[in-house]
Design a protein around this ligand. Structure first.
Ligand SMILES: NC(=O)c1ccc[n+]([C@@H]2O[C@H](COP(=O)([O-])OP(=O)(O)OC[C@H]3O[C@@H](n4cnc5c(N)ncnc54)[C@H](OP(=O)(O)O)[C@@H]3O)[C@@H](O)[C@H]2O)c1
Length: 323
């Protein structure tokens, strides 16, 4: 870990990722960008029972979209569903139960979903920062299983459904934290050295950016974007980063402010005027690297990441899956 990268990143974060950063950036937002009616279009949002995911679901439901909430806990999901129905007045809010860290379940869910529903926009929002090294039932490191492998399988499996639709989009909620990490394909599941949950998370979020760049090249009919929501006051920040939360709680964005760019990328015609595959912050494409940070990865390492994900995901796929 580089002290230089961490310092530059934190100074940047204090200026740009806070509530103040959002207020400054939002002075340049075009109000008409979000004045769009998405009635009849279908949106899948993972991790939609709380935080940014729920705020995104609420905003898109108010614009008429059919909302598929993909959550792992029935009670929390149904609670959010009720809240979104009440706040939007829309009944088109469906709940699907799925643990994204379980690759077999992700394949099965996606295969079933495609036979029952249409999909215009996938929002890969579910994420975690588990601070001790924990393995899933399949023996996969939990952060990697959720943030990377699950996201990879869900997106891969849903590509055929998205490809059938006009103006299909995939938005992945990454994190500015990824700026401190260079892709490391030698230890994707953090088996070596002392485990650091913050660094594992940042490495996963870097991998999401690389996956988005790859998907954009491979699937030109779909618009892919990946983004940083800023630092927002959500359950994940409170529970996974308690020290950061205590220091920063008065400067954090609201959930709606954190969700703003996700909603913009998912619904606005202005978003797809930008090329596919870019990294966004406050409705603008921004660099995926800090200045002089040496975080660029080689084509070979990116290929290794993709091949590893393809091999791992293949082990959990059934014959009908879109490998
Ligand atoms: N808040 C920020 O400042 C910030 C900054 C940068 C990036 N992000 C990213 O924003 C996204 C949303 O996070 P948030 O801050 O809004 O936190 P949050 O409120 O805790 O939301 C995370 C969501 O992901 C779900 N989730 C986690 N693991 C899952 C699994 N295995 N299967 C299905 N769902 C799972 C959670 O479900 P449960 O409720 O069941 O746990 C929850 O609904 C994450 O990808 C996070 O990395 C947030």
């Amino acid at each position: 870990m580089s002290l230089y990268r961490n310092t530059v990143w934190f100074v940047k974060g204090m200026r740009e990722y806070t509530k103040g950063g959002y207020e400054a950036a939002s002075k340049h937002f075009a109000a008409e960008d979000l004045q769009t009616d998405v009635t009849g279009r279908s949106y899948m949002i993972t991790g939609a029972n709380s935080g940014l995911g729920k705020a995104v679901a609420q905003a898109i439901a108010k614009k008429g979209g059919v909302i598929h909430l993909v959550c792992r806990n029935k009670e929390r999901a149904e609670e959010a569903q009720k809240e979104i129905i009440a706040s939007s007045g829309s009944q088109n809010i469906l709940v699907h139960l799925l643990d994204i860290s379980n690759p077999k379940e992700v394949w099965e869910f996606a295969e079933r979903f495609k036979t029952e529903h249409r999909l215009h926009v996938l929002i890969n929002n579910a994420g975690c920062m588990v601070n001790h090294r924990e393995l899933t039932g399949d023996g996969i490191e939990k952060n990697f299983a959720t943030n990377v492998l699950g996201t990879y399988i869900l997106t891969t499996a849903l590509l055929p459904a998205l490809e059938k639709e006009d103006d299909a989009r995939v938005v992945t909620v990454s994190s500015g934290g990824m700026l401190v990490q260079k892709l490391n394909v030698l230890d994707l599941q953090f088996e070596n050295g002392t485990f650091d949950g913050t660094m594992a998370y940042a490495q996963n979020k870097r991998q999401q950016v690389i996956l988005t760049e790859h998907w954009a090249k491979a699937h030109p009919k779909i618009h892919f974007s990946v983004m940083h929501p800023g630092w927002a006051d959500t359950p994940a920040v409170r529970s996974s980063m308690p020290d950061f939360y205590q220091k920063m709680k008065n400067r954090l964005r609201t959930e709606e402010q954190g969700a703003d760019t996700v909603v913009w990328l998912a619904v606005s015609p202005a978003a797809t005027k930008h090329a596919s595959g870019l990294f966004f912050q406050d409705r603008k494409p921004v660099s995926t690297h800090l200045p002089l940070a040496s975080t660029h990865s080689s084509a070979g390492d990116e290929e290794t990441l993709l091949q590893t994900l393809q091999d791992m995901s293949g082990k959990f796929a059934t014959a009908s899956c879109n490998l």
